[in-house]
Design a protein around this ligand. Structure first.
Ligand code: FAD
Length: 397
């Protein structure tokens, strides 16, 4: 006899990874419910407090491509064909990423999230719910509880729970009560703050927009990525005690004039002072855990499974790749186990797919997490050695 209830996937977290995951599960005709604790970003004017733009690379694009959202998203992206190194004396050195025009893409986080949510809302079997904070998962009775913004509680049933609720994942916490999960978390001693280089008076970009700009200063660095409104979002990464030593306006101006002299006129003193003291300072955490699943009931993806420091520009890209990898395992296991007459996937096949995903994905995620940590040294220091070598080569030619 055919099942009457559609198989329900409940995704906790409507951020970048959760919203893309909904498109993948919807393709299977399953009932997809996305629950997000924040307000709907499409109607909420307050900034999220997260980084404003991101580097989208081929790893992430491939996952977007599979559900047909890549072209529209890439229309809003700015290609960055190399790094532009800003030395202390203002000299600029371009380091192309490749000789065949290989590039990464600067993309607006909010626009990307909104595009994915709009794509999800366009599907009749995806339902998005905002202002719902997940408080508890009872995996055995398949019940997930939420606190709504007005303080009321709701509990809903789901066949499969996806934890896409970020680095401080509550789904992961709940899973740890059931699973012998290895877990490690490391805060690095560096924080970040975002600043802005506005467009020039004539409305044009103040620097070359097709580069990821880096001011490497050995033990810390500043970077800038272009935005479509002709501004750049600048991120200063520094040790906590260095942030704490810059207490007053004059400390800040002295520090910038001696450390990033060419950036001062580009940002402008008023904006620099305003944003540096007003904008939140973010911490940087690296999280590793294993396994990522519990039976046929739950799996964590994205930062919930592998938050990494941002220096390799791969956190979101890897989260997107998680979805693609998970989807492949589900397809493989369902194709050999589809019970006749049933529209619902077999729990056994789902369980096997999650188990295989967990086992195969872990090695890659640990590696990229480590590479991300290592790339901070590359960006803040080693790039200057490359620059030096390149210059020498050109001088000799
Ligand atoms: P999140 O973006 O954290 O989304 C999780 C969602 O879950 C949020 O919307 C949250 O509100 C919701 N949520 C949390 N708890 C609950 C709950 N209990 N109930 C319901 N909802 C909940 N990555 C790149 O690939 N390229 C880059 O260039 C890049 N640059 C970065 C720069 C900085 C400064 C930082 C900090 C990170 C950067 N990253 C980059 C990493 C990237 O931001 C993350 O990897 C990405 O946001 C992870 O997406 P996610 O959906 O897994 O998690």
């Amino acid at each position: 006899m055919a099942d009457t209830q559609p198989f329900t996937v409940l995704i906790v977290g409507g951020g970048l990874v959760g919203s893309l995951a909904s498109l993948y599960f919807a393709r299977r005709g399953w009932n997809v419910q996305v629950y997000e604790k924040r307000l709907d970003p499409r109607t909420d004017p307050t900034p999220s407090g997260r980084s404003i733009n991101l580097a989208l690379s081929v790893r992430g694009i491939s996952a977007l491509q599979e559900v047909g959202v890549d072209e529209a998203i890439l229309k809003t992206a700015i290609p960055m064909k190399g790094r532009m190194i800003h030395s202390l004396d203002g000299e600029l050195t371009s380091q192309p990423y490749g000789v065949f025009g290989e590039h990464i893409n600067s993309i607006d986080r909010k626009l990307l999230n909104e595009h994915l949510l709009n794509s999800a809302d366009a599907l009749s079997n995806v339902h998005t719910h905002f202002e719902h904070e997940m408080t508890q998962c009872d995996f055995d009775s398949k019940a997930v509880s939420f606190m709504k913004i007005d303080g009321t509680k709701v509990t809903v049933k789901a066949d499969l729970i996806i934890g896409a609720d970020g680095a401080y994942s509550r789904v992961r916490q709940q899973m740890m009560r059931k699973v012998r999960m290895d877990f490690s978390q490391e805060y690095i001693d560096h924080e970040w703050v975002e600043l802005t280089i506005p467009p020039r008076k004539d409305g044009s970009y103040a620097m070359n927009p097709n580069h990821l700009h880096i001011w490497p200063r050995q033990t810390f660095m500043m970077i800038a990525l272009p935005n479509t409104d002709k501004s750049f979002t600048v991120t200063l990464f520094m040790p906590r005690d260095k942030f704490q030593s810059v207490r007053t306006e004059s400390d800040l101006i002295r520090f910038f004039e001696s450390t990033f002299p060419d950036a001062v006129p580009l940002i402008g003193l008023d904006l620099l002072v305003g944003e540096y003291f007003k904008n939140p300072k973010g911490s940087l955490v690296s999280i590793k855990c294993s396994p990522y699943h519990y039976q046929d009931r739950c799996v964590i993806i994205g930062d919930a499974a592998h938050a990494m420091v941002p220096f390799y520009g791969q956190g979101m890209n890897c989260g997107f790749e998680d979805i693609q990898a998970l989807d492949e395992f589900i397809s493989t296991h369902l194709s050999v186990a589809a019970p006749s007459g049933s529209t619902s996937p077999s729990p056994l096949a789902i369980g096997e797919a999650l188990k295989a995903y967990s086992a195969s994905r872990h090695k890659d995620l640990v590696k990229i997490n480590d590479l991300a940590m290592h790339n901070y040294v590359e960006m803040r220091s080693d790039v200057t050695k490359v620059g030096y070598l390149l210059r020498k080569k050109l001088e000799a030619a």
